[in-house]
Design a protein around this ligand. Structure first.
Ligand code: 9D3
Length: 245
């Protein structure tokens, strides 16, 4: 899969993709990441990418023209296996199910918003979809693009030892309802400063361990993410964590 990132801060991406799963996948050829500097599609002396909003108001907007020219020259004649995503605070929520869907494209172009926003014609007439990574305010779309690339890349065949997409789906714990919480897990020592690992996990009693994990995951989900439990109930009583633990 080829990931394109369109940004006014190309240096930002030297960090996140230099290490870990994504870097290794790049070396094996499972994916390619190409960072594009939006200013390469400006033609004035100051390489202007921003401008003031019509109607007045605080701050500046990312201009539409350089973004249109960049996307058109990066992707060429648009094909169905290409997807253009605008990252903005106004977008639909990026969830695991969205990552799974995006992993099905051959080429993904992520447009990073900046300033107070992006000229709306980019969302309306250029991007296929507009995504946000959550309800908090970032300074721009760059961190969000890195998050999306990480989440999508690890689903690709040949990246995490994913042999085929069938394998990926059978181990997926998501649906449009979102991820299920994992159960609490422990490693050595069995006693850390007096805090002991639950006895049952040391017992070797596999059936008891399975039941403990299921109950502990339910309890933790109830405590930390009751919204997930509500969703599962609505979607009809599919078991909460059996798939995970
Ligand atoms: C504080 C400014 N906001 C109200 C006027 C609007 C706003 C403009 C630009 C809020 C954030 C941004 C920059 N953010 C992104 O480009 C962004 C983002 C985010 O802020 N949160 C979650 N996901 C994303 S994806 C891109």
């Amino acid at each position: 899969m080829v990931f394109h990132v369109l940004t006014i801060f190309p240096e930002f991406f030297q960090g996140p993709f230099g290490h870990g799963v994504v870097a290794r996948a790049g070396q094996t050829g499972a994916l390619q990441i190409r960072i594009h500097n939006l200013r390469d599609w400006t033609f004035d002396r100051h390489k202007t990418v921003d401008d003031r909003p019509f109607g007045g108001g605080e701050g500046m907007l990312l201009k539409a023209e350089p973004v249109f020219l960049a996307v058109e020259s990066i992707l060429g004649e648009r094909r169905a296996e290409q997807r253009v995503v605008l990252l903005s605070a106004q977008g639909r929520l990026f969830q695991q199910a969205v990552a799974e869907r995006l992993a099905g494209y051959a080429e993904l172009l992520l447009i990073c918003g900046r300033y107070e926003g992006v000229d709306e014609r980019v969302a309306e007439h250029l991007a296929d979809e507009e995504l946000s990574i959550g309800d908090y305010v970032l300074s721009g779309g760059e961190l969000a693009a890195a998050v999306v690339i990480d989440a999508v890349a690890r689903l690709l065949p040949g990246v995490l030892g994913n042999e085929a997409s069938a394998v990926r789906e059978s181990f997926s714990a998501s649906g449009e309802g979102g991820l299920l919480l994992d159960c609490p897990q422990y490693t050595r020592p069995a006693d850390l400063r007096g805090w002991k690992v639950p006895e049952v996990l040391l017992s070797g009693h596999h059936e008891a361990i399975r039941r403990w994990r299921r109950d502990a995951a339910r309890e933790k989900t109830r405590r930390l993410r009751p919204d997930l439990l509500q969703l599962r109930k609505q979607e009809h009583e599919s078991p909460i964590v059996e798939e995970v633990c």
